[in-house]
Unconditional design. Structure first.
Length: 116
């Protein structure tokens, strides 16, 4: 996957409107260790592949943020997901978070839709 590949994060407890505003301002995505059934102590940026899905009534996209990045995701991630972790080119580890540079393409989590 290259710069042209698009990824998204859906609005959630770990992807709030405040987070989206910070991501737009910094053009970065951050990720901590997984906290669900795949828990780990390794920080990683986590996202879904492709654009945000359509809402159930298909009148718009689900709430979230879409981005591209020149950093290739980790190898071996299951289909539909993308993770960025480790100490490698393009992935920075700081303060317990993995961080990657991104280009935000679209966000509908704020009071106004950002992007196209």
């Amino acid at each position: 996957m290259t710069e042209e590949s698009i990824y998204h994060r859906k609005e959630s407890e770990s992807q709030t409107a405040d987070d989206a505003a910070k991501q737009i301002a910094s053009q970065e995505m951050w990720g901590g260790p997984c906290r669900n059934y795949l828990s780990s102590d390794i920080p990683k940026v986590k996202a879904y592949t492709d654009e945000l899905p359509l809402t159930k009534n298909r009148e718009g996209k689900e709430r979230g943020i879409e981005f591209t990045t020149a950093v290739k995701p980790d190898r071996g991630t299951r289909p539909g997901l993308a993770y960025w972790s480790g100490d490698r080119e393009g992935v920075r580890n700081e303060g317990g978070y993995a961080k990657i540079k991104v280009r935000i393409k679209f966000c509908n989590q704020l009071s106004e839709v950002w992007g196209s």
